[in-house]
Design a protein around this ligand. Structure first.
Ligand SMILES: [Zn+2]
Ligand SMILES: [Zn+2]
Length: 242
């Protein structure tokens, strides 16, 4: 049981860190810069840690910029105000994400600038061969370490990790929690969940200050990903924008 729980937790934190650091703060919001070498390195890390539920940083960046501009309006890609259930919101987000990824969604010019891109690798990592490969890797882990049948019930979490993360923030951080800022949308901060959500739960702070790398603002708020970002900045792997 310890191995299975550790596996789920490790993938949760690593996959979510890649999403918040690379897809969200770098691709969508350009909070810091990095060289093409490091960009490719983090593409690889995203593939390894998100695995079966790998999201394209290129596609995510475009889609997420739309969310900020159209938050909680009819044009929002995901909004608990307009989507009737959590499940319906997830399906709609998946459909729009897929359409954007396949170039079948008409994007406004303003969402397209300065995105990280490694098309050949992205195509492979996004494809079914890669997803299936990861599914086999996960299942092999369970085969070795799951000592009871019910432990296999955790496997769908590994397979669906990235959409689960998206759903938690896009639904609950627009529905419950407190607000530091009066903004036009319904964004909230979900304390103390933000700590296990790698800072992403400080969503109201982020909607107010979309280019601020540190999502924490009050003394009791904590953004673990920002600590890692400071270390990466210290090692000159990334350069935080002033
Ligand atoms: Zn939001
Ligand atoms: Zn954002």
């Amino acid at each position: 049981m310890l191995y299975i729980v550790s596996f789920v937790l490790a993938q949760h934190f690593l996959a979510l860190f890649m999403q918040t650091f690379f897809h969200h703060r770098y691709s969508a919001h350009k909070m810091f810069t990095m060289s093409k070498f490091w960009e490719k390195f983090f593409y690889l890390c995203s593939w390894i840690f998100q695995g079966a539920s790998y999201l394209s940083p290129y596609t995510y960046g475009k889609m997420h910029r739309m969310h900020h501009v159209y938050a909680d309006t009819e044009k929002d890609v995901h909004s608990p105000k307009h989507d009737k259930s959590l499940w319906k919101m997830m399906i709609k987000t998946k459909d729009i994400y897929t359409a954007i990824h396949e170039g079948e969604f008409e994007m406004e010019e303003r969402f397209l600038g300065e995105l990280p891109s490694w098309k050949s690798f992205d195509d492979f990592a996004h494809g079914w061969v890669s997803r299936l490969l990861w599914a086999v890797v996960y299942a092999s882990f369970y085969y070795v370490f799951a000592t009871e049948w019910w432990m296999w019930l955790f496997l769908p979490i590994n397979l669906m990790m990235s959409p689960i993360h998206g759903a938690i923030i896009n639904w609950f951080a627009h529905k419950i929690g407190y607000r530091n800022h009066k903004v036009e949308d319904t964004s909230t901060n979900i304390f103390p969940i933000e700590i296990i959500m790698m800072g992403e739960g400080l969503h109201n702070n982020h909607h107010k200050m979309g280019t601020r790398a540190n999502f924490a603002q009050k003394w009791f708020e904590f953004d673990p990903s920002y600590m890692v970002i400071l270390i990466l900045h210290g090692f000159r792997i990334i350069r935080l924008k002033k």
